[in-house]
Structures are given as C-alpha cells and as structure tokens.
Design a protein around this ligand. Structure first.
Ligand code: SAM
Length: 286
C-alpha cells in the first residue's frame, strides 16, 4: 500500500535517514496523496506498461506507479536517497532503482533491456532546474515512447502548450509540438510539496505522435531556424536569420522563401506556425 504521500510519513522518513534537501538537485517532494493519485490516473498506466520515473526522491510517487504499472524503473541522481528507496520500495518486486544522472543515461539500452525496445511511458515530478534538457533529450534521442506525464513549473507548461502570436510561444513550444500533443491537466500549489517551491506548478501530458505532424526534410535545420528566429524575437525573421552567423542564410534567401509562402517580408518568427517553419526550412535547405 502506498503510504508516503503525506507530511507526517515524509517527515518520519527524512528524520530516520537524516536526509538534507539539496537545492542543486531541485528536491521538492510531493506530500499530497490526492495529487499523486491524479497524476497516476492522468498517465493512463496499466499493468501492461513499463514506466520510467525520473527523480523518485524518497519513492513517494514510485509506490503509486508500482501499484498501477507492470514494471517501473526509477532513476535518481542523489546517492544518499538510494538506501531510503531500498527501504520505502522494499514491498514492490516490480521496481528497479538506478543511481544515475538521467541526462547521461543510455536510454536506448535501458528501453531495450527492460521493455524489449517497446514504447514506454514516462512519469515524473521533474527537477525544475533541468526540465527543458530532460524533455528535449527524451524526444531527440528518439527512444520508443508513448507518453510523458510530468509535473513542471506552471510557466514552462504554458510555454509547451502555447501557439503562434502569444507571449509564451517559442522554441520550446515548437520542439514539444513537433514530437507530441501537449495537454495541461491541472495546476498544483506550492503547499503540496516539501519544501515548498517558490513557483506554481502544473501537470502536463505529452502524447508522442506516431508520425510527426509536419513533414520536414532536415529536422536539425528546421530547429536551427527556430532557435535563430526566437533568439532575436523582436526582429523580423529576415534579419534574425541573416544575423545568425552559424546558419549562413542571406536576406535574399529568406525573402524568396517568404514570397513563395505568401508571407509578408516584415513577418516575425513568433508569427509562424510549426508547419510554416517546416516549409521555410524545406525551401531554404534545398
Ligand atoms: N518524485 C519525488 C516526489 O515527487 O516526491 C521527488 C521529485 S523532486 C522534484 C526531483 C527529484 O529528481 C529529486 O529526487 C532529485 O534528487 C532528482 N534529480 C535531480 N536531478 C536529477 C538528474 N539529473 N537525474 C536523475 N534524478 C535527478
């Protein structure tokens, strides 16, 4: 029975192991059983699923995941938490804990070994200091993936779901939306964590597309254009691309592409949709 999702039990475990929170690891543990149940429910896990949890902490959400999923592997960077996890997860035979940095782990090897290379589900209350590298790393590695259900900073969740012409729209929105359908599910207040974070949080589910929604000849080229366009988001697209030294795109090339796409020469990158960026890249690249 999952029993950690409350302040009393969490405090008891922390005292027993004389655990000290490490700010550098983004440690804010969930202490609200209602939120934990909602996250697990939102991730649509069944006994057929293999789940990867990033940053189990003292194993609070891991217990809930172990009860819902077939198998769980939890990757935790902080070695002082490993003995704690051995204790709190001792009743679960379907959980493996790995002491590693998720950004350095060979995820392809993990998915092959643990799930025969079949698509996995990822569930996590992410360490906020590395949210973007974790998400981008998961997508760009192209590991077999069904969905990612994660707690992130509210403002980052907004950016992932934002569309063209809004203040939150940027390179992260386009990258996430190229790989997955994002859906913000609910917000979570600082009082649901120990210690309380200084920011609001939200749970977002990213369902991986089987086929990417746009057809682009060179993904890496499209993402370089996107980064350049938003690197100088107040400038026109023509100028931002010309100023990006690494791209070597002339103003004439961009103007020609914009004309072909029936877009105004003074358009800014922030007005373009994902499919327009794909088209722009396809025209400029070839
Ligand atoms: N899942 C727990 C919960 O909900 O109570 C803890 C979540 S806490 C926000 C983030 C966890 O990620 C911490 O346990 C932290 O030590 C771990 N972590 C931080 N950086 C990590 C990394 N690079 N790789 C793996 N785990 C990491």
């Amino acid at each position: 029975m999952a029993d950690l999702g409350n302040p009393t039990k969490t405090t008891e475990i922390l005292k027993k192991y004389q655990f000290h929170f490490q700010k550098r690891y983004g440690q804010n543990f969930l202490i609200d059983s209602h939120i934990l149940e909602k996250i697990v429910q939102a991730s649509n896990i069944t006994k057929e699923d293999f789940v990867l949890e990033i940053g189990p902490g003292i194993g609070t959400m891991t217990q809930y995941l172990a009860e819902a999923a077939g198998w769980v592997t939890a990757v935790e960077i902080d070695k002082t938490l490993i003995p704690v996890l051995q204790d709190t997860l001792s009743a679960y035979q379907n959980v493996t804990v790995i002491n590693a940095d998720i950004l350095k782990l060979d995820l392809h090897a993990l998915v092959k070994e643990k799930n025969n290379g079949n698509p996995i589900k990822i569930v996590a209350n992410l360490p906020y200091y590395i949210t973007t590298p974790i998400i981008m790393g998961l997508f760009e590695s192209h590991i077999p993936l069904k969905s990612i259900t994660i707690m992130v900073q509210k403002e980052v969740a907004d950016r992932m779901q934002a569309g063209p012409g809004t203040k939150d729209y940027g390179a992260l929105s386009l990258a996430v939306q190229y790989y997955a359908r994002p859906e913000i599910l609910f917000t979570v207040s600082p009082g649901c964590f120990m210690p309380r974070p200084n920011v609001g949080s939200a749970v977002i589910r990213l369902v991986r597309y089987v086929d990417n929604p746009v057809s682009v000849r060179d993904e890496a080229h499209m993402f370089s254009l996107i980064r350049a366009a938003f690197g100088q988001r107040r400038k026109t697209l023509v100028n931002s691309l010309a100023n990006a030294g690494n791209l070597q795109i002339t103003k004439e090339q961009t103007l020609h592409a914009l004309e072909e796409m029936h877009l105004d020469a003074s358009v800014r990158g922030e007005a373009l949709t994902l499919s327009q960026f794909a088209m722009l890249s396809n025209i400029i690249c070839f």
